[in-house]
Design a protein around this ligand. Structure first.
Ligand SMILES: Cc1cc2nc3c(=O)[nH]c(=O)nc-3n(C[C@H](O)[C@H](O)[C@H](O)COP(=O)(O)OP(=O)(O)OC[C@H]3O[C@@H](n4cnc5c(N)ncnc54)[C@H](O)[C@@H]3O)c2cc1C
Length: 462
């Protein structure tokens, strides 16, 4: 492609900003990033409270966050945040240590079985499911793998046939059952369901394992994690500052028309002309949202194939509250509440996070899910009250809510559409209308998978 191609990037979150970075690295200097809000970072939102930044969105990374590492290198920054620590409570607020055999004498046989299954699971993923951990979902539903190896920072291109990969379309619960490793769900659930990515009986294994590949999951187990002192938003603010063309904030896109090999974007009432457009913003939102966020199909001249495919996308209702507590009620540490990570306890507090351990004058943040594929969505206000009640049960009551957010989170498709080749159909449309699709839906809803997908998109098409 001509290096002077005029490229419009919709969205100034990790996917959009890193698309700009990788384009620039490849010699494309005619790109424009349009961001609808007055800040960059998207779901990496780190406001300030009592002089320190806390996290309303993304919190952490792991050492295999290669694309995030590229960004750090590009900007000369590093992961310099507080060390994460955590403990566990049951639904009644009692501290438990579910993985400690000495504290769970009766559970020893189950724990031993789990350990065995974990070993077996690691082996299965390496052998039977070879190719499972590549970024994106190309070929998976057809029993192929195609992408760039995450085994090293060099990311060599790899591809091959592996019919077993078709199993990844199954809900993760089913996937574990057919492989005789159902107990590993006890380990995977912590960094999955409580992080808002849905329940194992509804979410295809592909999403679970592309994010929580074996190595990444073990990094969570060992708390081998990265955080950033000034918050994850800082990573993307820094990247924005280092780009030749920083994002244009407060850009309201009214209309996008694609005709005669050109892309016409109406921004804040004025028409701009581009050659190509990369969409990292939501493609489809099935309901009306209070924050005014809409899907691409609502402001683009969306074609029939785009509408048909994108209408299959659903997303999670994941709520975050930032709460003050009295010093005597401040938690010692962050807590996971496994009892509340099941669909029957929809809307309850699943995890709460204490970020700064040297002070009690900072907020804690709470996390809850209020939608499951097969049940009615719990209204926002009801869920909010349930979470505040749960904090009392946990003996860490909130004295005030200082910030709250129910964000468009983790877009995905369900097993049937995944198995029917949703991803290969969308991948085949890349570039078709001078349009490229990136962002969370194309890989997975975390900082690294989205940034990495942008890297691969640039590598493949530009
Ligand atoms: C509570 C929470 C906790 C999380 N924890 C982690 C974590 O610990 N680790 C991790 O790696 N990830 C975490 N994530 C996920 C991570 O933040 C996201 O996956 C990542 O930010 C996705 O990047 P993105 O650019 O694809 O989308 P987004 O971050 O959503 O960015 C999209 C951008 O597009 C903009 N936009 C939308 N519509 C338009 C439009 N019409 N025109 C112009 N701009 C538009 C949005 O304003 C936004 O800035 C968490 C997210 C949340 C909410």
């Amino acid at each position: 492609m001509d290096k002077n191609t005029r490229i419009c990037i919709v969205g100034g979150g990790p996917a959009g900003l890193s698309a700009g970075m990788y384009l620039e690295k490849k010699g494309y200097n005619n790109y424009t990033i349009l961001e609808r809000l007055d800040r960059v970072g998207g779901k990496c939102w780190s406001p300030t409270y009592n002089g320190r930044r806390y996290e309303m969105g993304a919190i952490m990374g792991v050492p295999s966050y290669y694309a995030v590492h590229d960004v750090e290198e590009f900007c000369g920054i590093t992961h310099d945040g507080p060390k994460l620590n955590r403990n566990y409570k049951n639904g009644q607020g009692k501290v438990i240590e579910p993985f400690e055999p000495k504290k769970n004498i009766l559970k020893i046989p189950r724990l031993l079985k789990m350990k065995k299954q974990l070993k077996r699971f690691g082996e299965l993923l390496e052998t039977k499911y070879k190719g499972y951990d590549l970024n994106g979902h190309r070929g998976v539903a057809e029993g192929r793998y195609e992408g760039f190896s995450a085994a090293s920072a060099k990311r060599q291109p790899v591809s091959g046939e592996n019919p077993n990969l078709k199993d990844l379309a199954l809900p993760f619960k089913k996937f574990c059952e057919i492989n005789g490793v159902d107990l590993v769900q006890d380990i995977w659930i912590g960094p999955f369901t409580s992080f808002g990515y849905g329940y194992f009986d509804e979410i295809p294994a592909a999403y679970v394992l592309k994010y929580l590949d074996f190595q990444t999951c073990m990094n969570f187990v060992k708390i081998n994690l990265w955080t950033w002192k000034n918050g994850t938003q800082y990573i993307w603010e820094q990247l924005n500052d280092h780009l030749a063309h920083p994002a244009r904030l407060n850009s309201k896109i009214d209309k996008v028309e694609r005709k005669d090999g050109k892309v016409y974007v109406t921004v804040n009432g004025k028409v701009e002309e581009y050659d190509k457009i990369i969409v990292t913003a939501p493609l489809y939102i099935p309901n009306k949202r209070k924050d005014g966020q809409v899907g691409m199909v609502d402001y683009f001249d969306a074609r029939e194939d785009e509408r048909a495919l994108f209408s299959k996308i659903d997303y999670e209702r994941y709520d975050v509250l930032a709460c003050e507590t009295k010093p005597e009620d401040h938690p010692e540490i962050s807590y996971y509440v496994f009892d509340n990570m099941v669909p029957e306890r929809l809307g309850h507090l699943m995890v709460y996070y204490r970020r700064w351990r040297d002070t009690k004058d900072q907020v804690i943040t709470t996390y809850s899910l209020r939608k499951h594929k097969d049940s009615k969505e719990i209204p926002y206000d009801k869920c909010r009250s349930m979470v505040l009640e749960d904090l009392k049960v946990m003996n860490n009551p909130a004295s005030k809510v200082v910030n709250e957010w129910s964000v468009y989170y983790f877009p995905h498709v369900f097993s049937e559409d995944y198995a029917a080749g949703w991803y290969d159909k969308v991948e085949a449309m890349q570039g078709k209308y001078d349009t490229f699709y990136a962002g969370e839906i194309m890989s997975f809803g975390d900082m690294d998978e989205t940034a990495e997908y942008s890297r691969e998109l640039v590598e493949r098409f530009f």
